[in-house]
Design a protein around this ligand. Structure first.
Ligand code: 0A1
Ligand code: ZN
Length: 849
């Protein structure tokens, strides 16, 4: 059966499916290149959607037989599936199809990874397994029999009978096909159990390939913490007898929340101190939580159609962020999330791929698993919570779970729940879901006779297909400090609803220093002329940790922009204020390490572009290098002291406390690395007994051009470990000098361990190049050329990963005409590749604009 021809799908065209699915019975006869899938599906007419043709999705299926109520029938092949004439009453559809998991390199549907069978059905992968109404609003209970010789054979729900060559599974909870999963292979488990609040015992497993058993304990603990947290915070209990997690090496995304059988990219679940960094541990804990939380926000309540994706993703990202904030440090998590939001989502919102949190059309839904849907979607939940308050938020969530359990819901349903629970009119808030683009808030202030006035203007630039934007409701958290540093106005939420609005604070003795957008209370760009002295004051005195960090970041940005624009030398305002902070051992070391972090090359390029200047990637890279050098020289003694003071002497533990100490010590090490010819980094590399220390040292040595021996030794030590070798690939590219990055990446694509069939390895190499700033954007155009070469090669094998990586080019209009011309040539070259996938065609077309 041929792929459906590219077609734009519109939210406004939604209609329910004409039948309900009462039950699904599937039998899988596993064979690597010829798996048979037998289905028996009970359909009943849907009185709410009469008079439709009976259509089932299906792609790349070899039909063997089809029956309706026991009688053989021949379906009509149509674009994207089949049509059949069916009775005007309940009926049973039976089919047998053959599929070829071994040939499935797209990693959607049923495929093989290292000899293991596994599935990925979100968003539209189930149609590559058998004929089915593959849409999220069709929910049904599934019973599955797996026949094969694999030692472990898993599917969703609870286990049923099993014996020689077969295993049965039954999932009592109605679910859409995208949550279907099957895994079969030679797997071993790290088992455990959890007793729910109501006393139900749940069997837990983390299934991995033999040899990886030692990397499961952390993930299992994260799972148990997540289960307990969701009970304590949202009153949500788990609802099956078993919860299985499986690690798979070849996976397009991070992980997948299939009911009762979560499948993880092995990089997002396997962890050990020797092979995983502190950042890996934190991320794994968050992703395990995220997938587990989907059991309620995604599975029990799913999405009516894919336009509503943010309903499950925004809410679940918000929930996992709350979890991490509770498990670790809330300010650190908030700062990390905002850095990520600005780096990925603001970038997206400001370019040709900008789209609303709830898009209204798409060609390929896989292209909409974006930072806007996920991360901005989560920010919207955070704003709602701020607007209605803590108690009302949890009241609304209770109502949501009560009212919509078992539903395929919409954003309208979600907002109605909040309106009903709080009595608030949320029609203006809904604009956040419908309007793309990042609002800009420009702020001026006045002070007279004890009254302080903040004048705020909101404006959202035009985005593709949306030229005019209506004002949104924006919760702006504000506090005021008096000039001696005391807080005279604790955090209060200003609700901005107009395009321009003034907010008044009375009874002040002197003009206060405002702290605006505390805790980053809305995903906006704040423009407020502030002197560097005021920023230094806020860095020292603000009671809001996010805004303290922001003040330091603004100082760094101002310093860097002046350096880039006219070669200015870094000012003492910044250097002194930062020095005071990092020297102060009463301050959280994680916060100090974050304050030492610098804006990325991409963020600086974006800033210059926002100011109508053309960013020069090389000049940005050089300014960052110069500033790092100046800081290293200015802080040498402090760095030496901090390095010694924050060595962790206890055995490695992936805790927030130890991670904080290591991050500050490593920040100190990378400063000293600029002054000592790599001696300290080399020593740390030689002595390291954990990956956080080893990788930081390796990166420092590469950046200092002293990495040759360490690079070779690292490879010898870790050549057997795929996930560590991914780090080896990317470190060499990310820390290379700009003029070398493309050549190094090219050489690495010729390394025997490079394979484009494994998305992690592909991303570790070509993705690292795409993120290397001045390396990717080197004036030679070699970076663009190399990436395009490989995207063209990857597309026939794996369209989904190819399309995602096209985003490397989304910022092309920022740059000078020479670079633009070079990128445009590559975009057209990709577009001209024969049989380019629907995924990549849509992305390149949108990027070209
Ligand atoms: N729903 C998963 C991630 C995921 C998204 C898309 C996929 O294929 C297009 C696969 C997985 C999550 O949010 O974790
Ligand atoms: Zn998710």
């Amino acid at each position: 059966m041929k792929d459906a021809a590219p077609q734009t799908i519109y939210l406004k065209d939604y209609t329910p499916f004409g039948w309900r699915v009462e039950s699904v019975y599937l039998t899988f006869r596993l064979a690597a290149s010829a798996t048979r899938v037998l289905s028996k599906i009970r359909f009943a007419p849907n009185p709410d959607a009469p008079d439709q043709r009976f259509f089932l999705h299906g792609e790349n299926l070899d039909p063997i037989s089809t029956r309706i109520d026991g009688s053989e029938t021949t379906p009509r092949a149509v674009a994207g599936g089949i049509e059949l004439d069916v009775p005007d009453a309940p009926f049973t559809f039976e089919a047998e199809v053959e599929i070829n998991p071994a040939a499935n390199t797209a990693l959607e549907g049923l495929y093989m990874s290292n000899g293991m069978y596994c599935t990925q059905c979100e968003a539209e992968g189930f149609r590559k397994i058998t004929w089915y109404p593959d849409r999220p609003d069709v929910m049904a209970p599934f019973s599955v029999r797996i026949e094969g010789s694999e030692p472990v054979m898993l599917s969703n729900g609870n286990p049923g009978a099993s014996g020689d060559g077969f295993a049965d599974w039954h999932d009592p909870w109605p679910k859409p096909a995208y949550l279907f999963a099957l895994v079969a292979g030679d797997l071993v488990t790290h088992p455990d159990s959890f007793t729910t609040a109501s006393g139900k015992q749940v069997e837990l497993n983390v299934w991995v390939r033999p040899g990886d058993e030692g990397k499961c304990a952390f993930g299992m603990e994260a799972l148990k913490k997540s289960m307990a947290w969701d009970e304590a915070t949202y009153g949500r209990e788990y609802d099956l007898d078993v919860f299985n997690i499986v690690a798979v090496d070849d996976f397009n995304m991070g992980a997948m929340e299939n009911k009762g059988l979560n499948i993880f990219n092995s990089s997002c679940v396997l962890a050990s101190p020797e092979t995983s960094t502190d950042a890996n541990f934190e991320r794994i804990e968050a992703i395990i939580a995220h997938e587990y939380f989907h059991n309620w926000t995604g599975n029990r309540i799913t999405c009516r159609d894919w336009f509503q994706l943010c309903l499950k993703e925004g809410l679940t990202v918000f929930r996992d962020a709350q979890f991490t904030a509770d498990m670790r440090s809330a300010p650190v998590k908030r700062i990390e999330d905002v850095i990520m939001l600005r780096g990925r989502q603001f970038r997206e919102d400001n370019g040709p791929l900008a789209h609303p949190v709830r898009p209204d059309s798409f060609v390929e839904i896989n292209n909409f698993y974006t930072a806007t849907v996920y991360e901005k979607g989560a920010e919207l939940i955070g704003m709602l919570k701020t607007l209605v308050g803590h108690d009302a938020y949890y009241r609304a969530l209770d109502l949501y779970f009560d009212r919509h359990d078992g539903d395929a819901a919409t954003i309208e349903d979600w907002l109605t729940v909040f309106e009903d629970a709080t009595g608030r009119d949320l029609s203006q808030f809904k604009r956040w879901y419908d309007q793309a683009g990042t609002p800009r808030l420009s702020v001026t202030d006045d002070f007279k006779d004890g009254t302080y006035i903040l004048n705020i203007k909101q404006e959202t630039p035009a985005t593709p297909g949306q030229t005019r934007k209506a004002p949104r409701i924006i919760p702006i958290a504000v506090g005021l400090l008096n000039p001696n540093g005391d807080e005279v106005q604790p955090t209060t939420i200003l609700e901005m609803t107009e395009a321009e609005q003034s907010f008044t604070f009375e009874g002040l003795a002197s003009k206060p220093v405002p702290s605006i957008l505390r805790d980053f209370s809305a995903p906006v760009i704040l423009e407020h002329e502030v002197s560097n002295a005021t920023r230094a004051f806020l860095l020292a005195h603000d009671t809001d940790p996010f805004n303290r960090w922001q003040a330091g970041r603004d100082l760094a940005l101002d310093t860097l922009l002046n350096m880039i624009r006219d070669g200015a030398v870094p000012g003492t305002d910044y250097l002194d204020a930062l020095h005071t902070l990092i020297r102060d051992d009463t301050q959280d070391p994680a916060f100090r390490a974050l304050a030492l972090g610098l804006p990325s090359q991409d963020e600086l390029a974006q800033m210059l572009h926002d100011h109508c200047e053309t960013p020069d990637p090389q000049a940005i890279w050089e300014a960052l290098e110069t500033l790092k050098q100046v800081r290293a020289e200015a802080y040498q003694d402090t760095a030496t002291r901090l390095y010694a003071r924050y060595q962790v002497t206890e055995p490695f533990a992936p805790t927030a406390e130890q991670s904080a100490a290591r991050s500050l010590a490593n920040a100190a090490m990378s400063m000293l690395n600029r002054l000592d010819g790599g001696a300290l980094a080399q020593k740390q590399f030689d002595d390291a007994d954990n990956m956080t220390q080893q990788l930081a040292a390796l990166s420092a040595l590469i950046a200092a051009d002293k990495g040759e021996t360490a690079v070779a030794r690292f490879y010898q030590q870790w050549r057997h470990d795929r996930l560590v070798i991914d780090k080896w690939f990317s470190a060499q590219i990310v820390h290379a000098r700009p003029e070398d990055a493309a050549a190094i990446a090219k050489t690495l694509t010729q390394h025997p361990d490079f394979t484009m069939k494994n998305p992690n390895r592909f991303r570790a190499t070509l993705g690292a190049l795409a993120m290397s700033g001045a390396g990717f954007h080197h004036a030679s155009g070699d970076g663009y050329d190399l990436l395009a070469d490989w995207l063209i090669k990857l597309d026939p094998l794996n369209p989904q990963t190819t399309a995602r990586m096209c985003t490397a080019f989304e910022t092309w209009k920022r740059y000078d005409t020479d670079r633009q011309a070079k990128i445009e040539t590559q975009l057209h070259r990709i577009l001209a590749a024969p049989d380019l996938s629907r995924d990549t065609t849509e992305m390149i077309t949108r990027i070209l604009g």
